[in-house]
Ligand binder design. Structure first.
Ligand code: SRM
Ligand code: SF4
Length: 576
């Protein structure tokens, strides 16, 4: 570990608990953007400074910088009232070209917000009783929770826990209120002896991702995060939680010391200790995470260095209770909860697919108008899912009929109209907004889905449930490394292709083919798909089949960073 503080650590320390000169720059009409140091603090407020990558070069050549902002809203468990939903939708119309985008962590993002609209954007979000604070930055992010609105005891308990964790882990700085909101609230917070008793001056070494769910339901993709709690139900009660720690997707191409990792089961935690256990995990990360090299500053690297036993010992010391060994969990799947389901109180919820999470009116349906009408007339609870879709909950039978009609009237597809490839596809925003994108992702997703749909139909395997996830760079924002098929931007127009994760999300995919131009994707996958068609057991999933025919480590590369992926690339000859 490097002893040197990274420049981001220095910027955090100098920001005076996330203030920097943000307020001054916001008020300065001559300033088109924020200084580099201020953009570090700005992220903690849920705001990213961006430039349109499509026009950036031309603009810069003519001496201009066309800066706009992405604003991210944290929504614990993705749950909103209909009125909150409508307020957020209206805000999107006013400041972000009419579109909001559901994120892969159940939040929403507005893109293209102008500097002059930033303050009112954050203030209006605050008025909906939501926040952008800690939606980004080196801090625990939005707490994910299974979106299923079941009314059973364990689901209720799990939802309560998500809210408790979000409240407990929120930073305490007064900066947010000073910069974005009114003075009165600032005065009420003044005079605290220590502004950030838990996070201190430099917060966490890096971002921290967190989720909660109930055993058997992995809609949140729990193994991909820094920490997760899985409720173990017994009848209507939760008897404890499985604590998972050390998942993460981000890596850097050709830097084998960076890697994606599936979370490890650390302990079985009593319900009364659940919040304290997560707080202790965060504190361990705060105190021992790498603050010199941001590439290695996730808790997964600490866990890899320490091992599970040392981590458990440290956790028990901090919690001051003996920790029980983790328990065996039932098999899980990443349910998307699309279509109609009973909630358990005589009412129903309906899950509606949203292409790449963009709630807008477009060629594939008038999603925005339909959802506005549903929210206005039926007043459902609205829940965003980790698959970037929407559940409308608390519906009576007549409401479900009305909802179906509204979807139909506005051309919004229902789940029975989607192929499995389309239904389970995810893509990150990538170009043109993401400053880190190497390739397209969201904008090529329809092409990739069309190509794969056609190939699966041609081979007669179109009943196969597969997750296809695309990202524009190796950071893994659409969680490609535990999907059945993951495409990860390698160089402009070409992707690394990963195979072998699956719907359970509990194992990493292998690097299957490197540097594949999009037009060659189908040809690259064809030998595997043809063998799958010919040799699969009737109920066997694609990734399970792949693992059966490629059982040895030599045949497969685990994306674990212990080997250079290209060295262990799956040999296509083995497949043919
Ligand atoms: Fe992400 C950075 C978008 C979920 C791993 N992510 C970014 C930024 C902010 C780019 C940047 O730093 O300049 C992207 C903004 C693009 C844009 O224009 O909107 C971005 N990430 C997203 C979202 C919007 C993707 C989406 O399709 O919805 C997701 C927002 C979730 C939220 O509401 O908080 C999003 N990002 C993820 C996930 C998936 C997850 O957490 O479930 C991951 C992989 C899990 C993990 O963290 O390991 C992820 N994003 C990253 C990383 C790699 C971190 C690392 O460990 O190396 C970066 C780069 C970074 O932090 O430096 C990143
Ligand atoms: Fe940007 Fe890469 Fe994340 Fe896609 S995966 S949004 S390209 S950082």
């Amino acid at each position: 570990m490097s002893d040197q503080e990274s420049s981001v650590e220095k910027a955090k320390r100098a920001s005076n608990h996330l203030r920097g000169t943000l307020a001054q720059t916001l008020d300065d009409p001559e300033a088109d953007g924020f200084s580099k140091a201020d953009t570090v603090a700005l992220k903690f407020h849920g705001v990213y400074q961006q430039e349109d990558r499509d026009t950036q070069r031309a603009a810069r050549r003519s001496g201009r910088r066309e800066i706009s902002f992405m604003v991210r809203v944290a929504i614990p468990g993705g749950r909103l009232s209909a009125d909150q939903y409508l307020a957020l939708d209206e805000l999107g119309a006013d400041v972000a070209g009419g579109a909001m985008r559901i994120t892969t962590r159940q939040g929403i993002q507005y893109h293209g917000v102008l500097k002059r609209d930033l303050k009112q954007t954050v203030a209006r979000i605050d008025r909906t009783l939501l926040t952008t604070l800690a939606a980004c930055g080196d801090i625990p992010r939005n707490v994910m929770a299974s979106p299923a609105p079941f009314v059973s005891g364990p689901y209720r308990e799990m939802r309560r826990l998500a809210v408790a964790l979000a409240q407990r882990l929120r930073p305490e700085t007064g900066a947010y209120h000073e910069i974005w909101l009114d003075d009165e609230r600032v005065e009420r917070r003044a005079g605290r002896p220590d502004e950030e008793p838990f996070y201190r001056d430099t917060y966490l070494p890096r971002k921290f991702k967190l989720g909660v769910t109930v055993a058997g339901d992995n809609a949140i993709d729990a193994y991909a995060y820094d920490a997760a709690l899985v409720a173990i139900p017994q009848g209507e009660r939760v008897i404890g939680y499985q604590l998972l720690v050390g998942g993460g997707m981000g890596m850097t191409h050709d830097k084998p010391d960076t890697f994606a990792r599936i979370a490890s089961a650390i302990a079985f935690v009593e319900p009364d200790h659940a919040v304290a256990a997560i707080e202790a995990v965060v504190a361990i990360f705060r105190d021992h995470g790498n603050r010199g090299d941001r590439r290695h500053a996730r808790i997964k690297y600490l866990l890899e260095e320490w091992g599970v036993e040392r981590f458990r010992t440290e956790l028990a010391l901090r919690l001051r209770v003996p920790l029980r060994q983790p328990t065996a969990l039932p098999p899980t799947e990443q349910h998307d909860f699309l279509g109609r389901h009973e909630q358990g109180d005589g009412r129903s919820f309906v899950g509606v697919w949203v292409p790449a999470g963009r709630i807008r009116d477009g060629a594939s349906g008038a999603f925005r108008t339909a959802f506005r009408e549903i929210a206005t007339t039926l007043q459902p609870t609205v829940i965003f899912t980790p698959m970037q879709s929407v559940l409308f909950a608390d519906l009576e039978d007549a409401d479900v009929r009305r909802l179906d009609t509204l979807l139909q009237e506005h051309g919004v597809p229902t789940v029975d109209m989607l192929s499995p490839v389309r239904r389970y596809a995810l893509a990150c925003p990538a170009l043109p907004t993401c400053g880190l994108a190497i390739t397209e992702a969201e904008r090529v997703q329809p092409v990739v889905v069309d190509l794969l749909e056609e190939e699966f139909a041609r081979l007669g395997i179109d009943d196969t449930e597969v997750t296809v996830r695309i990202t524009g760079c190796p950071n893994g924002c659409a969680r490609p490394y535990n999907a059945d098929i993951g495409l990860v931007g390698k160089r402009p127009g070409a992707y690394r292709v990963f195979v072998g994760g699956g719907l359970a999300g509990d194992r990493l995919a292998d690097l299957f083919a490197d540097d594949v131009p999009l037009p060659e994707l189908v040809r690259t996958l064809r030998p595997l798909l043809e063998r799958y068609r010919d040799e699969r057991d009737p109920t066997e999933r694609l990734s399970d089949f792949y693992r059966r025919i490629m059982p040895s480590a030599e045949q497969r590369t685990r994306l674990s960073g212990r080997e250079t992926p290209t060295r262990g690339l799956v040999s296509l000859e083995v497949l043919s």
